[in-house]
Design a protein around this ligand. Sequence first.
Ligand SMILES: NC(=O)c1ccc[n+]([C@@H]2O[C@H](COP(=O)([O-])OP(=O)(O)OC[C@H]3O[C@@H](n4cnc5c(N)ncnc54)[C@H](O)[C@@H]3O)[C@@H](O)[C@H]2O)c1
Ligand SMILES: [Zn+2]
Ligand SMILES: [Zn+2]
Length: 375
Amino acid sequence: MRTRGAVVREAPGKYEVVDIDLDDPRPGELQVRVMAAGLCHSDDHIATRDLPVAVYPFAGGHEGAGIVTVAPPNHKGIREGDHVVFSFVPACGRCRWCAVGRSHLCNMGGSTLSGARPGTTDDFRLHLAEDGRPVGQMSGLSTFCATTTVSVDSVVPLPDDIDFEVACLLSCGVGTGWGSAVNDAAVRPGDAVIVMGVGGVGINAVQGAAHAGATTLVGVDPVPFKREKALEFGATHAVATMDEAVEIVRGPTDGQGADSAIVTVGVTRPDHIGEAFAAIRKAGTCVVTGVGLMTQVGIDIPAGQLAFYGKRLQGSLFGSTNAGADIARQIQLYRQGALKLDELVTTTYALDDIAQGYEDMHAGRNLRGVVVHEH
Ligand SMILES: NC(=O)c1ccc[n+]([C@@H]2O[C@H](COP(=O)([O-])OP(=O)(O)OC[C@H]3O[C@@H](n4cnc5c(N)ncnc54)[C@H](O)[C@@H]3O)[C@@H](O)[C@H]2O)c1
Ligand SMILES: [Zn+2]
Ligand SMILES: [Zn+2]
């Protein structure tokens, strides 16, 4: 079938809405009418070429929720009409990582930036309508397409009463931030925690750290609006610089430093990681969730501090979220009023205004922008 979607034709470049021909779903795949798609910074990294992908044009979008329109028989029992939320990392259920419950590292995740069907390099679900050229598919999803074809391993069932506009954020931003604090920083009651960068991901690290019991919780962001939001989502302090954050955590930790610092800066640089690493105490944890120029090598960390202070540097993919279990738990927390989702959505956009959405992200106007597809 034919659909419309936002692609980058080359990088650096900008998202542009084009007509796309979509493969019919094969066994093990689903066709989904995408109702809403979140504007995560990672799709912008594709446009700037911070994250190089294997093929251009490349259709963006890895946060989304929608309605299944075509469902060949599949092992999850997903049927036409079901509401689903995507997981930006698929979970095959069979690989070593899925088997041990660490599905965020599923071997199928390798297709995230290749754009092709998992396990292939040249089998594409999307093609440009104008000339039939293959179009890469972000995370095997491309939620910036009004309709898409995905693996059944990329979806999690969504209860019918949850709005698509908030559900779409469960595909990446919520779990990535929340899990960065709860799983990767393993925040404990009474901890002093710094969240560096309070965007769509960092704000959820703030909610996660608050849930896990942080009693000194500092949101750091140069944008005043983000600092305001950090306080609304559970931060005890919100400041513009890491120097101020370090000063705040000094008090309750006898000068030792933060138990953990979580880096969720939009374009994360080596010196950001260095600042966060310097801010943690002995045996503290620095979680690196934000990404920048993918090909850059080197982090500004004194090796002696790593060894002599027994500090930990912990990378975080999707906040170590196990989508099948954790998205359901997050929906339960939302129903109980313990997880803010509605408040994450600052502005909604039509697909044609996606470039404006990213401009607003860069200008610091949104916690999250969300594209609401028209059908
Ligand atoms: N590891 C993963 O699995 C994963 C998943 C999703 C997103 N990401 C990455 O996480 C990062 C954050 O994504 P997002 O969607 O929240 O982006 P965003 O643009 O919404 O938020 C980034 C925030 O960082 C702030 N910032 C910029 N410079 C700063 C500084 N020096 N100190 C403190 N704050 C600063 C900005 O003002 C902004 O509020 C991106 O790099 C994104 O690609 C990683
Ligand atoms: Zn994302
Ligand atoms: Zn797997």
